[in-house]
Design a protein around this ligand. Structure first.
Ligand code: NDP
Ligand code: OXD
Length: 308
């Protein structure tokens, strides 16, 4: 029995060795060296080539190396009926909580302007309202969003959350799918932690920006496809959007000539908000595969109908 692995070249060997040590009774094989395809029962993948999983006639389960499964579902030639498990865990949500807290605070306390003043030796004292007078709106109150929302509440922010099904969470003002406009109207710092689905594709667009208060900021740690890039540039250049922190992009790595790199009000981070660590992530994957093989319920299995 074998497990096929598709992961970017930089950490492929690390992943292979780690997975092999965590699941010694499955042979872990690299994507380009699959051996007899009939042996392969598990595929552990990040952005695999479309149609590539059809090579394995006995595939029992696909595991996404990551919380998002859009990179799996985008394949029009996925083997039919094979369940998909995502990878989440304490390590991943802790990293996301650090990232979101850091960048909300950075924008809240106007650190970009203070940093820009330093080379000019300007004593730029900016008085901002304290966190309880700043609203942070989180799009997506799932595994990541909920944890980040709680951290922002603990920092004192006035936290709002929007999800498909309206939630009831102490300390957070929650909005359901149809209440999107009311959520946006009150949000000064918007954090996108949505999954990418047909409903959320290009959701961060001109119409949405116009519904935010003047001077609002955007943090996108969901997916690059959530954001309409030209619309953000327009909203930044008009000043309606004060700043943007972007971790995910339509093309990754972000092309060298992309205008974001030089934009004074954009911070580019290289998809590191919650970068999966092969050891911590591998342990979660191994545990899920173990549950699956034992015929037990796997809580991290996704609902293909919902797409997340
Ligand atoms: P979950 O599946 O746990 O949660 C998704 C949330 O989004 C849910 O609250 C869901 O609502 C809400 N949602 C989905 N569709 C809609 C919609 N159409 N309208 C309103 N709300 C919607 O996902 P996670 O929290 O684990 O992860 C979210 C995303 O974060 C991932 O899919 C991935 O794209 C991104 N991510 C990015 C990382 C990075 O390093 N940049 C790392 C990890 C994840 P409901 O609760 O009602 O179902
Ligand atoms: C994920 C990611 O989905 O890293 O986990 O983007």
């Amino acid at each position: 029995m074998a497990l096929i692995l598709h992961v970017g070249p930089r950490r492929a060997q690390w992943w292979k060795d780690t997975m092999q040590s965590l699941i010694p009774d499955l042979e872990v094989r690299g994507w380009d060296d699959p051996g007899d395809p009939a042996d392969v029962e598990f595929a552990v993948v990040w952005k695999h080539p479309a149609g590539g999983l059809l090579r394995f006639p006995n595939l029992k389960c696909i595991v996404s190396i990551g919380a998002g499964v859009d990179h799996v579902l985008v394949d029009p030639d996925l083997p039919k009926g094979v369940p998909i498990i995502r990878t989440i865990g304490d390590d991943l949500r802790q990293r996301m909580r650090e990232y979101v807290s850091l960048h909300v605070l950075r924008l809240h306390r106007r650190l970009p302007e203070i940093e820009a003043s330093q080379p000019k030796r300007e004593w730029n004292q900016i008085i901002e309202p304290p966190a309880p007078e700043r609203t942070v709106g989180i799009m997506g109150l799932g595994f990541m969003g909920r944890y980040c929302a709680d951290a922002l509440v603990a920092l004192g922010f006035d936290v709002l959350g929007w999800s498909r099904e309206k939630k009831d969470i102490a300390g957070i003002t929650c909005f359901g799918g149809a209440e999107f406009d009311s959520f946006l109207a009150r949000t000064q710092i918007l954090v996108c932690l949505l999954p990418l689905t047909p409903e959320t594709d290009s959701i961060l667009n001109r119409d949405l920006f116009a519904k935010l208060p003047e001077g609002a900021c955007i943090i996108n740690a969901g997916r690059g496809e959530h954001l309409v890039e030209e619309d953000l540039m327009e909203a930044l250049d008009s000043g309606h959007i004060r700043g943007a922190t972007l971790d995910v992009f339509r093309t990754e790595p972000l092309p060298n000539d992309h205008p974001y790199w030089d934009h004074p009000n954009v911070l580019v981070t290289p998809h590191v908000a919650s970068l999966i660590d092969p050891l911590a992530g591998g342990k979660v994957i191994a545990k899920n595969i173990q549950l699956f093989r034992a015929g037990k319920p796997v809580p991290d299995m996704i609902d293909p109908g919902k797409g997340y």
